[in-house]
Design a protein around this ligand. Structure first.
Ligand code: EPZ
Length: 431
């Protein structure tokens, strides 16, 4: 089983470039299935979640070609079925965006219940509530969701009881071709939702208000497409590397990012004493020689609050800050499973329900730990890069779902990381 071998204790120094946003790419790839013409999607991250979703689009008939430089030519016109039958749909959460897209295209859709990171219950009741409002009836049978509107969807006013990125994205995609206007109230405001709305508008949709808590979609008959679209940089990947620079007491220029999207994190890093030079499309992150970083408290919430997807990485960093820090996980009900692994590295953390208390500073030491999910795995990598000695991180496929070129990027800023993916290398380590 492949793993990462990391020797830590050295500051990260240099420049690192951020790839396209995973969570924007997943919405945009699914939304492309609604179009009536081809498009070119640029700056798509070539990570397993995105590649799996592209494959699922191929299985329903879309033409998907990876062009030089990584851009994806996507032609949905050959799509011939509203039924997703490839079981890989169970592996990723975002496969459920195909429900919204196929409903928009055919007025019906069928797909497996989605998979994705396991941090507690991940219901889809809000998605189904939105689809029901647009006229589609839902049934659940044999682990699949079957939706049928008996024809074109009809616009409606939808109030989301809870702020949900997925439900906002899915209902927005479904409503692009519905008859009349759809309003989504209490909508999520994440940058990836704005990016998906911008993609659809570039292709001919009429979506207003994305990025606010009220999104209005005026349904159109056709989305002629025929354009290209570049995906925004990944704010969570950018934040992961910014935290790594601070945690290892390094000095890193994180490039290809949108500073506005990083504000929830830069505010916290500034508060604890990290130095920041915020440029047009890059942020330099460093810690002055011998400077202590202070403890703080963080509450995760929907954008523009502190992102839950940076919570594990932040907890790892707070082990190196002086004093008692607190993190409240307000989005997911069980997103502290990785804390036991950090404790194996010497972290002093106690968890009660949705609150973690982190005592610092603690010098972490290398250990063998598991990447329990995508962002927990990222936290393990940052902790291992900071810890004295060697660490081994296994179950790394969960990490490779969301971080493009992780090893070369980290090596480029001095990270001592390698992948022990073959038996020989493992045997060699035993000798
Ligand atoms: C998206 O998940 C992201 N995934 C997650 O990132 C991220 O943690 C999450 O948004 C919050 O920002 C993708 O975009 C593929 P939600 P999603 O619907 O859409 C409840 C990563 O690391 N809820 O915003 O599944 C839910 O239980 C991943 O990149 C309902 O109650 O999250 C949660 O408490 C991990 N009913 C809250 O809403 C529903 O129908 C927010 O969930 C849907 C959600």
């Amino acid at each position: 089983m492949a793993s990462y071998i990391i020797n830590g204790g050295k500051p990260l120094r240099g420049e690192i470039a951020v790839s396209g946003s995973k969570n924007a790419a997943l919405g945009i790839v699914a939304a492309a299935c609604v179009l009536d013409g081809p498009c070119l999607i640029e700056n798509l991250p070539h990570i397993s979640d995105v590649l799996t979703l592209l494959d699922l689009c191929r299985t329903i008939g879309a033409t998907v070609e990876i062009r030089d430089g990584g851009a994806v030519y996507f032609d949905p016109r050959p799509i011939h079925t509203a039924q997703v039958t490839d079981e890989r749909a169970r592996d990723i959460r975002a496969s459920y965006y195909l429900l919204g897209a196929l409903l928009a295209r055919f007025g019906q859709a069928e797909n497996y219940l989605p998979g994705g990171c396991n941090f507690g219950t991940r219901p889809i009741d809000l998605h189904l509530k939105g689809f029901n409002s647009l006229g589609a009836k839902d049934t659940l049978a044999y682990g699949k969701i079957i939706l049928d509107a008996g024809g074109r969807l009809k616009g409606d006013n939808i109030f989301l009881d809870k702020v949900s990125v997925g439900a906002t994205m899915n209902i927005m995609i479904a409503a692009t071709k519905a008859e009349g206007r759809t309003t989504i109230e209490n909508a999520a405001r994440e940058p990836h939702i704005v990016d998906c709305a911008n993609f659809l508008n570039t292709m001919g949709a009429k979506i207003r208000g994305a990025g606010t808590d009220v999104i209005r979609i005026d349904g159109v008959e056709r989305l002629e497409a025929g354009s290209s679209y570049a995906i925004i940089p990944d704010q969570i990947e950018a934040g992961t590397y910014m935290i790594g620079a601070a945690m290892t007491r390094g000095d890193v220029l994180v490039k290809n990012l949108i500073p506005k999207h990083m504000e929830p994190l830069t505010a916290k890093l500034d508060e604890i004493g990290v130095k920041l030079d915020i440029q047009d499309d890059a942020i330099r992150v460093w810690v002055e020689e011998g400077q202590e970083l202070k403890s703080t408290s963080v509450r995760t919430m929907a954008y523009p609050g502190f992102p839950t997807d940076l919570q594990p990485q932040m907890v790892a960093m707070l082990t190196s800050c002086t004093g008692l820090s607190k993190i409240y996980e307000d989005v997911w009900d069980n997103r502290f499973q990785y804390i036991d692994d950090l404790k194996q590295m010497g972290a002093k953390i106690t968890v009660a329900d949705r609150v973690a208390l982190i005592e610092g500073p603690t010098q972490l030491t290398g250990a063998m730990v598991k990447a329990r999910d995508l962002r927990a795995g990222a936290a393990m990598v940052l902790a291992a890069l900071t810890a004295y000695g060697e660490s081994e991180i296994y179950n790394i496929h969960s990490l490779e779902r969301g971080y493009e070129d992780l090893i070369p990027k980290l090596r480029g800023i001095g990270g001592d990381i390698r992948k022990s993916s073959d038996i020989l290398e493992a045997a060699e380590r035993e000798l």
